[in-house]
Design a protein around this ligand. Structure first.
Ligand code: PMP
Length: 405
C-alpha cells in the first residue's frame, strides 16, 4: 500500500468534483452513507454493460461468468471479516434486512414466553424494532441494557441482567450517534457464559475497524455496503455456520430450494437457503470492489488523517457559546453536539445554506436520545475523503450560524 494521500483519494470520488462556478459541498454525513469511489461506480457499469445475467440459473456463458463473479465476491467478504466459510456469508439488502432475518428465523424459532432479549439503549431502531416484533410473536421480553450519561454502556447493569433467561443479546459495535465503541469482546464472552447468542450490528463498526468475526466469537455480525463506499441495497449477514444450518428459511422462492412439489419442498443448503429470488449481483460485485479498494489504502494513515480532522473540528468549535459535545468518544470519526437554546434543525438549515451537509435529528435512536433528555443533535461524520478545508469551512459556517441564531 502507498502512504495515505488525501489529494489522490479525493480525485477518485466523482461526487466530490465540482465546477469552478459552483461551490463544492462539504460532505460531513458519511455515517449516513458514504460517497462512492470511481472503481465502485465502474464495477456497476461494467457489470451491466458487459456481463449482466441472472446467477445460478441457465446454461449460457454469461450466467456462468456472473455466477462465478458473484461467488468470488462472497469469498472476498468472507476473507474481509475472517469468516470460516463463504457459506457463512448471506447477501441481504443491508443491515436492517439482516437483523430482521435473524429475528424472524433464529429468534422466532428459539424464543419462548418468558425468554429475554437484551438490547442496548444506544441501538439504532434497526436493532430494536425487529426484536420487539419477534417478542410480540413469541411472548419473549425485550430488556434494555442501560447506558450512562457519557454514552457508554452500563456494563455492571449488563452483567446483572444476564441470566439463564437471556437468549439473545443485540448490541452495536459502534453507535451511529456518538461513535461510542462498545466492549463487544467481553460482552460476547459474558453472554456465551449463559448460552445466549450475540447479534452485533456492525453498520458503523465495519467502516472503522478490521473486523474478525472469528476472533470476536460473534454469533451474528451484520453490516450495509453503503457505509463502506459501496452502493445501497447490498449488505451482509454473517452467522456461524452451525446456527445458520439450524435456522429455517425466511423468504420463500426461487434458488432457496432443492426440489419443490405440492406434497412438500426441500430447501437448498447454505447460503442459498436465505437468498430467495434474483439477487443484487451488481451490488455484490460493487461491494467486493469497495472492499478491495479499501484494502489497497493505507488504513492507518487514513485513520490518522480522520483523527486530525476531528481534532481540528473540535478545537474550532469549542468556544461557541452553549455548545456541548454529547458523549465525546476518543478515536471516533464522528461526534454529536447540541447548542443550548438553539434548535438543531435551525443550525442544520443555516449550514446547508453554506453548503455544509451534516445530519441533524434523532439519528434513528429515539431511546438513546430520550435517555439523554434530547430531541436531536447535530452530527459531524468524517470519511477519508474529507480534508482540512472542509473542516475549516464547517467551523466558519457554524460560527456564522450560531451568531445569527
Ligand atoms: N445500525 C446502525 C448503527 C446504523 O448506523 C444504521 C444506518 N444508519 C443501521 C443500523 C441501518 O442500516 P441500513 O439502513 O443500511 O440497513
Amino acid at each position: 500500500t502507498i502512504p495515505f494521500d488525501i489529494k489522490q483519494i479525493q480525485t477518485q470520488f466523482p461526487a466530490l468534483q465540482h465546477s469552478d462556478d459552483a461551490p463544492r459541498a462539504v460532505y460531513l454525513d458519511s455515517a449516513a452513507t458514504a460517497q462512492k469511489p470511481a472503481i465502485v461506480i465502474d464495477t456497476l457499469r461494467h457489470y451491466y454493460s458487459g456481463y449482466n445475467a441472472n446467477v445460478h440459473r441457465g446454461s449460457h456463458s454469461l450466467t456462468t461468468n456472473a455466477t462465478f463473479a458473484f461467488e468470488q465476491a462472497r469469498t472476498t467478504i468472507q476473507k474481509f471479516i475472517g469468516a470460516a466459510s463463504p457459506k457463512e456469508i448471506i447477501w441481504t439488502r443491508g443491515a436492517t434486512e439482516a437483523l430482521n432475518l435473524i429475528a424472524q428465523t433464529y429468534a422466532r424459532n428459539h424464543l419462548q414466553a418468558g425468554d429475554e432479549i437484551l438490547v442496548s439503549e444506544m441501538e439504532h431502531h434497526a436493532n430494536i424494532v425487529p426484536w420487539q416484533m419477534v417478542a410480540e410473536q413469541t411472548g419473549a421480553k425485550v430488556v434494555k441494557i442501560p447506558m450512562h450519561q457519557n454514552c457508554t454502556l452500563n456494563i455492571d447493569a449488563y452483567q446483572r441482567l444476564l441470566s439463564n433467561k437471556t437468549k439473545i443479546v443485540a448490541i452495536a459495535h459502534i453507535t451511529n450517534v456518538t461513535g461510542t465503541r462498545n466492549p463487544i469482546e467481553s460482552m460476547i464472552a459474558a453472554a456465551h457464559h449463559y448460552g445466549a447468542v450475540v447479534v452485533v450490528d456492525g453498520a458503523q463498526g465495519i467502516a472503522h475497524e478490521q473486523v474478525d468475526v472469528h476472533a470476536l466469537d460473534a454469533d451474528f455480525y451484520v453490516f450495509s455496503g453503503h457505509k463502506i463506499y459501496a452502493p445501497a441495497g447490498i449488505g451482509v449477514l454473517y452467522g456461524k455456520q452451525a446456527l445458520l444450518e439450524a435456522m429455517p428459511p425466511w423468504h420463500g422462492g426461487g434458488k432457496m430450494v432443492e426440489k419443490v412439489s405440492f406434497s412438500g419442498t426441500d430447501y437448498a443448503g447454505l447460503p442459498s437457503k436465505f437468498e430467495a429470488g434474483t439477487p443484487n449481483v451488481a451490488g455484490s460485485l460493487a461491494l467486493a470492489a469497495a472492499i478491495e479498494w479499501l484494502q489497497s489504502i493505507d488504513r492507518q494513515g487514513a485513520e490518522q488523517h480522520i483523527a486530525d480532522l476531528r481534532q481540528q473540528a473540535l478545537d474550532g468549535i469549542k468556544d461557541i457559546e452553549g455548545l456541548r459535545i454529547i458523549g465525546l468518544q476518543a478515536h471516533a470519526s464522528l461526534f454529536s453536539f447540541v447548542v443550548d437554546g438553539v434548535h438543531h434543525q435551525d443550525i442544520a438549515t443555516l449550514l446547508d445554506q453554506q453548503h455544509i451537509a451534516l445530519r441533524a435529528g434523532h439519528h434513528c435512536a429515539h431511546p438513546m436520545l430520550d435517555a439523554l433528555g434530547l430531541t436531536g443533535t447535530l452530527r459531524v461524520s468524517l470519511a477519508l475523503y474529507n480534508d482540512q478545508q472542509d473542516v475549516a469551512r464547517f467551523i466558519t459556517a457554524l460560527h456564522k450560524a450560531c451568531d445569527l441564531l
